[in-house]
Write a new protein. Sequence first.
Length: 366
Amino acid sequence: MATDDRSSDYFNLYRDIPVMMHSIDKNGCIEYVSTLWLKTLGYEESEVIGRRSTEFLSEDSQKKAVGVLEFFFEHGYCRDIEYEFVKKNGDMVDILLTAISEKDDKGEIVRSIAVSVDISERKKLEKEIEMKKMALYNSANLAELGKVSGYIAHEINNPLSIISGRAQRIQKFVQSKDIDFELIEEEAQGIRDTVARISEIVNGLRTISRPQGSHSELMYISDLIEISLSSCLGLLKQNDIRINFKTSTKSRLKCNPSLMAQVFVNLINNSVDEILESNQPKEIDIEVQDYKNNQVLITYKDAGRGISKELAEKIFTPYFTTKEYAHGTGLGLSLSREIVESHGGRIYYDVEGKKFEILLPVSKEA
């Protein structure tokens, strides 16, 4: 049963309880606060009673509170809501709030009873972990890029030589008295095609080396894989490794392109090392197809010797590697799993099929 007696033992206990608590009435105005609530935010009781609780939230949390309060007054509760409270001195406090309702004899909500937990230290730690994780991504990214950079330079130098040769022939045509415009156009088209190829290589490299962050965009899965293959093309051609890529879907992903491309670069680099150590055909098969529950299944298989069941249980462990120290960081697959899971997907190794399988959710955006 509700009570409005502010001097009652019940509310004296409520106010002095050693946790952050407050109550709001049906209009969203603060009726009661605990001593710890006031102490944490730096206010006197007279400065908060009667004011709307949302006045003590950050701008972003105020927007969030609109939906939360609507849910609360409809259902009578809310759980584990993360808010940013603003202290009297302007500092922010990260809060996790849970509230239940107090009702009158008619079952109408008259006030909330909200308990808040200061999670500022937890949020700070989460940010530090995220920063370290990003540094780890970038470290592994640079290691993998270093592996293919020499091949990329080779792949660009070859077309540059072609451009130079065609340009010299055009120069000779122009200097001659009998100008053959068809031959000049043919050479010019060859230059345009070669420049397009260089742009493709550079754009692929730019995508996978982009600084990591929360950037995300809609991409066709086939385009994402083509970008990854483009950045590794020199490495594959140098070692005479063929890619068999098949797709039967036009689905798109909402993803961070640089991170997701890095997953495939990691797999390709691992495949090259494995294929070169085996006597099997130098081929990599990649297939993309729609899967149940609005997902796509990406199957990745190379012609290597495969991975034993014992090793398969360890390959996603950070710093675990079967390669010599100079040839492997042991981070590629562990970070690949982190990336895939951060996009709501799963990656695992099928021992019997000797292949990696990646499940990713399809975007429903138009």
